[in-house]
Design a protein around this ligand. Structure first.
Ligand SMILES: [Zn+2]
Length: 97
């Protein structure tokens, strides 16, 4: 009997629904509320994921910047120690002279 109709009570507000499917749990109003609520929750969860990803990206980027800054500073110091220019020191490090 797939066309059977039932009288059900909304699981949220207790409204009696007549002539509905046997599996119907919520009235139209509560169904709408639940949809909005789950959308909101979904957005919240994914917002946090997005923020966490952005934070990680930012951290990775700033780490890279610091590393290359340190490298440049080290090369400049090494070059100054022997009286060379930064360019010449880099060229020497890279085996170009
Ligand atoms: Zn309801």
């Amino acid at each position: 009997m797939s066309n059977a109709i039932y009288t059900r009570t909304c699981q949220m507000c207790g409204t009696v629904m007549q002539g509905v499917n046997s599996r119907k749990l919520y009235c139209v109003d509560c169904l709408e509320k639940r949809k909005k609520e789950s959308n909101r929750r979904w957005n919240e969860e994914h917002q946090q994921e997005k923020k966490a990803r952005q934070r990680q990206d930012r951290m990775a980027r700033s780490r890279n910047t610091q590393d290359s800054d340190r490298n440049i500073a080290a090369v400049v110091r090494a070059a100054a120690a022997v009286g060379w220019s930064y360019g010449r020191q880099v060229a020497r490090l890279e085996g170009r002279c």
